[in-house]
Design a protein. Structure first.
Length: 403
């Protein structure tokens, strides 16, 4: 791998991949690990369904919005200080989450946890741009995303095991342990990667002009809609599945964790297939092909529910089809949204991530008011997003995508 000749860091490639894996892995660790604990947490704290969903949606909205701030701040002051502040805040918020006694307290601390998480994930993408030229950077990023995939595979089963052995406090405490490890790696081994800090990065007039320029670009809109719909469907499953599997279908927390492990494994498989299909067929055709699997999920899951079939396989069979397609749509959507802006990739990435989190927030709010002890809110939510996903893949991406 050829490093960026302007990069100031002496970090080894192995250390860079480790840092990327830990920072990118903050998102699945923070969202997936506590999912098996949600039903017990709701019961112990005497919370409503809407309040319980807010512990996830508030985190993700804060995560998305904070990236719009962390990006220019890190351009101005560097990645290392932002990461030190962000990971310290993440650790403190994680400890507080494990010690709360009310749902209101948990919502507040999860929101702060989301803000801190935004610093880590945003800096991970920026670090690759700092250190490597585009071709080599893609290879390094793929290794970091493989690390994310491994953490995603482990998160829900570990959360289920900790909840089964102890309680939801133990599952949330695991986030503090991971935060401490990440902070330690950053503090003792990470070197600054910004070649030259930008003293104008925080000027609001410049930021607003850049964001408006990005939002007016049809290619950005097309791929952002694709990634937004794909993440909206994934979030529907993340927010509703623990209640459906544990409360409706009678799964144990460990069994539920294993279903999440299966989903993460299928997602990894989708990312591997994505790389091969893109080389052979290009991005637009790859996205169009994957949309058939997404639509299969969106139509079959509610059809099975309407037929009165309430079983784990009736959820997981269509869900695996979606998750496989998600492993294709998300890499293509996120890279396609950033592609037109080589000089503003950070701003484009932040806007793309923010839009996905807005979709997740409103999805969580809808689920909080419609979860009724059946599989139907999950099934209809997946139907809504998967149909929109297929339509965007077959129309917007085909018209405005460049490859």
């Amino acid at each position: 791998m050829t490093p960026n000749p302007h990069a100031p860091t002496p970090m080894s490639p192995a250390l860079v991949v480790l840092v990327l894996s830990m920072l990118l892995g903050l998102q699945p660790i923070t969202t997936d690990l506590y999912l098996p604990a949600l039903p017990g947490l709701k019961q112990d704290l005497g919370a409503t369904m809407a309040q319980t969903q807010l512990t996830l949606t508030a985190l993700l909205l804060a995560f998305g919005a904070s990236q719009l701030v962390w990006g220019p701040v890190s351009d101005r002051f560097g990645r290392r200080p932002v990461l030190l502040v962000g990971m310290t805040a993440y650790l403190l918020a994680s400890v507080a989450c494990a010690l709360v006694s009310t749902m209101e307290q948990l919502i507040v601390w999860r929101t702060l946890q989301g803000i801190a998480m935004g610093a880590g994930v945003m800096c991970a993408r920026a670090i690759v741009r700092d250190l490597y030229e585009p071709a080599q950077g893609a290879t390094v990023m793929s290794k970091g995303l493989s690390g994310l995939g491994v953490l995603a595979c482990l998160s829900a089963p570990l959360g289920g095991l900790l909840t089964w052995l102890w309680n939801w406090h133990a599952a949330l405490s695991a986030l503090a342990v991971f935060g401490a490890l990440t902070l330690g790696v950053i503090a003792w081994r990470f070197e600054e990667t910004v070649p030259q800090k930008n003293p104008l990065a925080l000027q609001w007039s410049t930021l607003v002009r850049t964001w408006l320029h990005i939002l007016r670009n049809p290619e950005f809109v097309a791929f952002s809609v694709l990634s937004l719909c794909s993440y909206g469907a994934l979030f529907t499953f993340l927010a509703a599945s623990s209640f459906v599997f544990i409360k409706v279908l009678g799964f144990g927390t460990t069994e539920y964790g294993l279903t999440m492990l299966l989903n993460s494994f299928v997602y990894l498989l989708g990312t591997f297939v994505c790389r091969r299909l893109v080389r052979q067929r290009g991005v637009r055709r790859t996205v169009a092909l994957a949309a058939f699997a997404s639509l299969f999920c969106g139509l079959v899951m509610p059809a099975l529910a309407l037929a009165g079939i309430q079983a784990g396989w009736a959820i997981m069979l269509p869900m695996c089809a979606f998750t496989f397609a998600h492993g294709i749509h998300q890499p293509c959507g996120q890279s396609g949204a950033v592609g037109p802006f080589p000089q503003a990739a950070g701003a484009a990435s932040a806007l793309n991530g923010f839009l996905m989190m807005v979709a997740a927030f409103f999805t969580g709010q809808w689920l909080g008011g419609h979860m009724d002890g059946t599989v139907f809110p999950l099934a209809w939510g997946m139907c809504f997003w998967c149909v929109l996903l297929a339509l965007s893949a077959w129309t917007l991406v085909q018209r405005y995508g460049k490859t």
